[in-house]
Design a protein around this ligand. Structure first.
Ligand SMILES: [Zn+2]
Length: 207
């Protein structure tokens, strides 16, 4: 589910549509959260689709850490990639504003943590643009994403979180969403230490 204070807008003729903030949204606000309405496609189901539907599914879905394709049900599926995005991912099921967003600011995310469906040559223009989406993120990228996730999590405990109201028991990462809603500091799994889908989705086994 995408934050209610966002809307779809034509960014430019090259990029096409994207999602922008409709109002001021402070750093630390959850912009998008995977929820129970999002569609989950196993690889076999993708292969059985006609080519046109498969194309649309690959264009608008992302690959979760467990290899399934997730198709967000609202305009969250139209958030564009940037190598210096305005949101930071937590475990691939949560995108959190990593800066204060003003009305009209584009909401972008890093496709390379999750793993995009269609490879692309990035032209986002960021100084640290990784250019070829097929290139594996470097250790420095993983370290930066760990630091950014810890930073946005800390901010998330201090702001209103309308999106979290839609969380359901048992959804991937519920342990993180719950802690965030209760404004409880936790240590997040680490990309650089190779956290698995289970680490992100289910949390430490002793919790
Ligand atoms: Zn880029």
């Amino acid at each position: 589910m995408i934050h209610p204070d966002t809307r779809l807008q034509l960014i430019d003729d090259r990029i096409g549509n994207g999602v922008v903030a409709a109002r001021h949204i402070p750093k630390g606000t959850v912009i998008w959260m995977r929820d129970a309405l999002d569609q989950v496609f196993e690889r076999e189901r993708l292969a059985a689709l006609p080519p046109t539907l498969r194309f649309h599914l690959e264009l608008y879905s992302y690959v979760d850490l467990d290899g399934t394709l997730i198709l967000p049900w609202d305009h969250g599926r139209q958030v564009n990639h940037s190598c210096e995005p305005t949101t930071t991912t937590i475990g691939n099921f949560l995108e959190v504003a990593n800066r204060d967003l003003a009305p009209g600011d584009e909401i972008t995310c890093e496709y390379g943590i999750g793993f995009f469906t269609i490879p692309f040559d990035c032209t986002c223009g960021a100084p640290r643009c990784r250019r070829d989406s097929r290139a594996m993120p470097s250790e420095a990228d993983f370290r930066r994403w760990d630091a950014e996730a810890a930073d946005v999590y800390a901010h998330a405990l201090t702001v209103d979180q309308p999106v979290l109201a839609s969380m359901t028991e048992g959804q991937p990462g519920a342990w993180i969403l719950k802690a965030m809603r209760e404004r409880r500091p936790i240590t997040l799994p680490s990309w650089v230490k190779g956290a698995t889908a289970a680490d992100w989705h289910d949390g430490p086994s002793d919790s």
